[in-house]
Design a protein around this ligand. Structure first.
Ligand SMILES: Nc1nc(=O)c2c([nH]1)NC[C@@H]1CN(c3ccc(C(=O)N[C@@H](CCC(=O)O)C(=O)O)cc3)CN21
Ligand SMILES: CC(C)C(=O)C(=O)O
Ligand SMILES: [Mg+2]
Length: 333
């Protein structure tokens, strides 16, 4: 929330009530009197950079950024909006568009990194992209998606990998593709102060086993997903992603748990929705059947690049306004 702008309705208003930047300014001072705001007093060690509008991790949390608590409290109120983001520019635009949560998805494997699946994505890939997204987004909650085999093998290694996302990459939370193997781990991470978003239904890191087919389509599978949702809520997950499951199953899971559900291909009755940003913008060569395309960026990018190429080839670019001349250099040769 920038100083001078009214609080947006919904998720941010919760945090803004605690510490209203309209009164205390983006730097944590009362813009009229120069008094320190409450968050500034509480976080006296938060270093401000004089000519940088951005705060360190403590400052970010203090000025009314979306918090895990805000997301938790949104269950049953205004729908939560989540998009993936993998770079600072996209994160900044999503933030301007008012998106609540940015997921640094391992779908970056398919979108930005050019792999066929998410399986080759590494902890370093996600950490580097998460840091970029956190630098780009002032307000949205930033969630790092833990890649294949980065959690669930050894507990200590899982904790270290998740911890890196908060310590090094400025993530606010991690998301784990969940199952029986993540119940205890979720509890341990939450105990340690690492907020966990669980992910049930289609978990693409298991694509060698499941493909990309709909999940939870039989009564047994439905019961299993409902049971895992409850177990992850009990373990302390602040939110559940439900992917590619029947809408009536997602509706019942949403009723059964008190934490918010965020659906992707899970119907309208979740507490929020998430899509891969490339699918929304029209950048993906192909998208899942549950995605909706809201833009045509691939075509726009191709058009802009072709126009540039044509102007370079024809000599129309660069024009006079893109060049400069130093008269004293005229007779060098
Ligand atoms: N761009 C993009 N968008 C996504 O939503 C996404 C990714 N990438 N990468 C990681 C996973 C993979 N996802 C997918 C990919 C394909 C289908 C899909 O086409 N399903 C079809 C075919 C199912 C089958 O293979 O049997 C379906 O009808 O369910 C679904 C989810 C969702 N995730
Ligand atoms: C689609 C979401 C839930 C995801 O896990 C990803 O983008 O990697
Ligand atoms: Mg993912």
């Amino acid at each position: 929330m920038r100083a001078g702008f009214p609080a947006r309705a919904g998720v941010r208003a919760v945090a803004v009530r605690e510490f209203d930047v309209r009164e205390f300014g983006a730097r944590g001072f009362d813009v009229r009197t120069g008094d320190r705001g409450p968050a500034r007093r509480e976080n006296d060690c938060a270093a401000w950079t004089a000519d940088n509008e951005r705060f360190n991790a403590v400052g970010r949390a203090a000025i009314g950024m979306t918090t895990v608590r805000d997301v938790r409290e949104k269950a049953g109120t205004t729908p939560i909006t989540m998009l993936t983001a993998y770079d600072a520019t996209t994160a900044a635009v999503a933030d301007e568009a008012g998106i609540d949560v940015l997921l640094v998805g391992d779908s970056m494997g398919n979108t930005d990194l050019g792999y066929d699946t998410t399986l080759p994505v590494t902890v370093d890939d996600v950490a580097s992209r998460t840091a970029a997204v956190a630098r780009g987004a002032d307000e949205a909650l930033v969630v790092a998606d833990m890649p294949f085999l980065s959690v669930g093998v050894e507990e200590a290694e899982s904790i270290e990998n998740c911890g890196r996302m908060l310590k090094e990459a400025d993530a606010d939370a991690v998301k784990l593709e969940s199952g029986d193997h993540t119940v205890e781990l979720t509890e341990r991470l939450v105990q340690l102060g690492i907020p966990v978003m669980a992910h049930l239904g289609l978990t693409p890191q298991r694509m060698k086993e499941t493909g990309y087919a709909r999940q939870g389509t039989t009564r047994d599978e439905g019961h299993r997903i409902l049971d895992l949702a409850r177990k992850h809520e009990d373990a302390g997950a602040f939110c559940l992603v439900l992917e590619h499951v029947p809408a009536n199953l997602a509706a019942q899971v949403t009723d059964a748990v008190s934490v918010p559900t965020i659906g992707i291909g899970a119907g309208p009755d979740c507490d929020g929705q998430v899509l891969v940003v490339d699918d929304v913008l029209g950048l993906s060569p192909s998208a899942p059947p549950f995605a909706k395309q809201y833009g045509d960026l691939r075509e726009q990018m191709r058009g802009a690049m072709a126009a540039y190429r044509e102007e370079v080839e024809s000599g129309a670019f660069p024009a006079e306004e893109h060049s400069h001349v130093a008269d004293e250099l005229d007779d060098l040769y």
